[in-house]
Ligand binder design. Structure first.
Ligand code: HEC
Length: 377
């Protein structure tokens, strides 16, 4: 049995996610899914296990085939309403299709859910939110999770279990809304004993979303430093900008254009292929300028360097708002190796050339997408 193509798998996951969100919206409209922390609650104890589907293309194919069988059976029954003479044959066919469908094990299909499972962060991944989240982390989390997020804080050794490293893939395997829940309510071992305390009393909802933004920025920077790549796509942190032309007030409003973020490099000339955003001091007629201290802190986290070493770095942002390439200080020209966030699904063989043109062609032709808990985000 061939397995599902990556595009097919993404399509299936997007469709299942839409179906879950649609169900939640319907229940909300009927008054069956009350508001909780500003978004409709998920009223069920289970949700679709996107992470299992994303992990195992064979299993995903089985689910897709079963869904197709279900659709076919429903269609057959619908036809039987109009073609009455053939109805017994059609019903037998529908039953046979349902019996023959390769129904997956429900333990693989469903995962335990919490009321905020489908919640999404309202923070907008702004530089401000990341920096505020950093302060929350240092106050509340650092003692166990450690300054670097690897789980070796001063209190960690006394805990019944070591905190996990938050710098690897863990955050991306989870749904945002479930991490939100765990930070508010804490976590328990199988025997019911507390492994991590909850922070629902100490932290506001906003602060919990902020600390999650910080964790993601920090984990991205650590991954880049350790593996040389942003294995998981990182959005460009948002901040206010001042541009020579146009009335753009935030970086997010520039989505749709390619950006080049230049840290403390006032000599950089404009380039018609992208919008240059100067971080910090720039020539008075600079194309765009972002003189927001929080953005420098946030970008230093995302790159994984101390803020004092950010100067001279350049970052390229694609039209979707994703950070894609990093130019290190002192390097004269761009090369394809600077593309540190690559797509895993499109392996295009067409030659793209080198240099900035080659990078731009790749960013445009090979968009990336963020998965959280298997679902597109
Ligand atoms: C008293 C020590 C302690 C403190 C304080 C603490 N944690 Fe934890 N944290 C843990 C332990 C232990 C685990 C592993 C728990 C488990 O797997 O049952 C954990 C797990 C996690 C996880 C992984 C959750 C998952 O889905 O697997 C995240 C994220 C996390 N902590 C974030 C935070 C944040 C954010 C704070 C501060 C607001 C914080 N922690 C404060 C001990 C702590």
């Amino acid at each position: 049995m061939t397995s599902l193509s990556p595009e097919g798998l993404n399509g299936l996951l997007a469709w299942l996610q839409e179906a879950q969100l649609g169900l939640r919206a319907l229940l909300h409209a009927l008054g069956l899914a009350p508001d909780l922390h500003g978004q409709p609650a998920w009223p069920f104890a289970q949700r679709i296990a996107g992470e299992m589907l994303a992990l195992d293309a064979g299993h995903a194919r089985q689910v897709a085939t079963s869904l197709a069988c279900l659709l076919l059976a429903l269609l057959t029954v619908a036809v039987s309403l109009f073609w009455r003479r053939a109805r017994y044959g059609l019903w037998t066919g529908a039953v046979a299709v349902l019996l023959l469908a390769p129904w997956p094990d429900s333990r693989l299909l469903l995962a335990p859910a919490v009321p905020t499972s489908l919640h999404t962060s309202p923070s907008g991944f702004t530089a401000d939110s990341i920096v505020r989240g950093q302060a929350v982390y240092q106050q509340q989390c650092l003692r166990c999770h450690g300054a670097d997020g690897k789980g070796e804080g001063v209190d960690a050794a006394q805990l019944p279990m070591w905190p996990p490293t938050l710098n690897g893939s863990l955050l991306w395997k989870r749904l945002d809304g479930e991490l939100f829940w765990r930070i508010r309510h804490g976590m328990q071992a199988r025997d019911g004993s507390t492994t991590m305390p909850g922070f629902g009393q100490q932290l506001s909802d906003t602060q919990v979303w902020q600390v999650l933004d910080y964790l993601q920025a920090n984990a991205s920077g650590q991954t880049l430093q350790e593996s040389g790549a942003w294995t998981y796509p990182v959005r460009m942190p948002d901040a206010r900008v001042l541009c020579r032309q146009g009335a753009h007030r935030t970086l997010r409003e520039l989505t749709g254009q390619r950006l080049r973020i230049a840290a403390e490099d006032s000599n950089l000339q404009d380039d018609p292929r992208l919008v240059t955003v100067h971080l910090g001091a720039a020539a008075p007629d600079a194309e765009c300028q972002a003189d927001v201290p929080a953005l420098r802190t946030a970008l230093a986290l995302v790159v994984g360097v101390p803020a004092a070493q950010l100067a001279g770095n350049q970052l390229l942002v694609d039209r979707g708002g994703w950070l894609r390439a990093r130019g290190q200080p002192g390097k004269a020209a761009w090369s394809v190796d600077d593309l540190v966030c690559r797509t895993t699904t499109v392996a295009s063989a067409a030659p793209k050339g080198d240099g900035l043109d080659g990078l731009i062609r790749r960013m445009d032709d090979e968009p990336v997408r963020l998965l959280r808990g298997g679902f597109p985000h």
